[in-house]
Design a protein around this ligand. Structure first.
Ligand code: ADP
Ligand code: MG
Length: 398
């Protein structure tokens, strides 16, 4: 179902609540990666340019007690936002109360304020994270309209997304949320074919529902990474010291049966003797993994097999690195597949959903080679599982 976006509402003179995802990594009060701030700018700028009064807010980290407050204040983020917007951002160091209300009511058209970390409300009773109805209602009362642009928390039912939406007359998506809905939601609903899904990462248990959902939709599911070894075991191979989830072998058998040939695991792996960046690298056919070695990357033949499917694809969805790409020796599979996907950019829709897979592609300098790199880790995973995300469901339909 198509969702309303910020372009469908008139924001002029309106107090516009904008929920962004400013959950940026910080070290000693310094922001170490400001991508999430940059990603939120189009929506905020749009509201300001159209004469709206922007009330911007987000969560940051986890806040259990007063000691967590100091290191999780959004004040440094407000400062960076102000520099990016090239205008004053009035930072209000509270999440409610007279000072916040006064600042909101003093806003003029085209001005912006930001209030403190929504999770400060978690200290007494998890009000934000458990979507306390009184809190959502209170925040909703501060504005006229609600723009949700926080994809990173769309899989959570919080007061600052779902709670506000329940108490305000209009909830729309910001540009970032719209992009995620179109690319992930739109692609899963109606993919151009052949549709190749690529799944990797550490554990089968993290990705069961993603595998199940993509098996339903994709034409081919390529599986690598640590999770492949549970499948190899299910096929009767010995996997040495490779990552293995013994309690998931039966499930892997069932998935292989259900998949009816749709799953492709390749036929060789790069192994080492230890989980160590300096360990010697060997190529092993999957039926010859020595007992004292562990698989750390997909092998060269497997890379070729995976490439042959990617070359003809019209849609590629990728979640999870195919090897321990953090070790230079075992990054080849992940990098080769990233390059193969980048090479079909002009003929296919190519999407990455997954925190580590996105990090890998950015580390290889290949992010321009993809149609869409999702900004959500947990949220993109749940979206790929085919779940309805509460932070999207609460946005008004067109
Ligand atoms: P994402 O965040 O993209 O969803 P995951 O969190 O599921 O991905 O998995 C990423 C991790 O999987 C990486 O840290 C990587 O080192 C690890 N991994 C990949 N292949 C293997 C392997 N063969 N053995 C152990 N760990 C692996
Ligand atoms: Mg991860």
């Amino acid at each position: 179902m198509a969702k309303k976006t910020v372009k469908d509402i008139n924001v002029k003179g309106k107090k516009v609540l904008i929920r962004v995802d400013f959950n940026v990594p910080m070290k000693d009060g310094i922001i170490t990666d400001e991508n999430r701030i940059v990603e939120a700018l189009p929506t905020i700028k749009y509201v300001l340019e159209k004469g709206g009064r922007a009330i911007v807010f987000s969560h940051l980290g986890r806040v259990k007690d007063d000691a967590d407050r100091a290191k999780n204040s959004l004040e440094p983020v407000a400062k960076r936002l102000s520099e990016h917007l090239n205008q004053k951002v009035n930072f209000v160091p509270f999440t409610r109360g007279i000072e916040l209300e006064t600042a909101v009511n003093a806003l003029k058209d085209g001005e912006v304020l930001m209030f403190e970390n929504t999770r400060f409300e978690d200290i007494k009773g998890k009000k934000e994270s458990n979507n306390d109805p009184e809190l959502g209602k209170y925040w909703a009362s501060l504005g006229d309209l609600f723009v949700n642009d926080a994809f990173g928390t769309a899989h959570r039912d919080a007061a600052s997304n779902v709670g506000i939406a329940a108490h305000i007359k209009s909830t729309v998506a910001g540009f970032l949320l719209e992009k995620e809905i179109n690319f992930i939601g739109g692609t899963l609903e109606n993919p151009a074919r052949p549709f190749v899904a690529i799944l990797g990462g550490a554990k089968v248990s993290d990705k069961i529902e993603v595998i199940q959902n993509l098996l339903k939709i994709a034409d081919k599911v390529l599986i690598g990474g640590g999770m492949a070894f549970t499948f190899f075991k299910a096929m009767g191979y010995e996997v040495g010291k490779s990552l293995l989830e013994v309690d998931k072998v039966e499930l892997a058998k069932e998935l292989l049966k259900e998949a009816n040939g749709k799953i492709e695991l390749g036929n060789d792996v790069f192994t080492g003797k230890a989980f160590d960046p300096e360990t010697e690298r060997n190529i092993r056919p999957i039926d010859q993994i020595p007992a004292d070695e562990l698989g750390l990357d997909i092998g060269p033949n497997t890379i070729q097999i995976f490439k042959s499917y990617i070359e003809n694809a019209k849609t590629v969805v990728w979640n999870g690195p195919l090897g321990v790409f953090e070790f230079a020796k075992f990054a080849e599979g992940t990098k080769s597949v990233a390059l193969a996907i980048a090479s079909i950019k002009d003929q296919a829709t190519t999407i990455i959903g997954g925190g580590d897979s996105a990090a890998a592609v950015i580390q290889f300098g290949l992010s321009d080679g993809f149609t869409h790199i999702s900004t959500g880790g947990g949220a993109s995973l749940e979206y790929l599982e085919g779940k309805v995300l509460p932070g999207i469901a609460c946005v008004d339909d067109k």
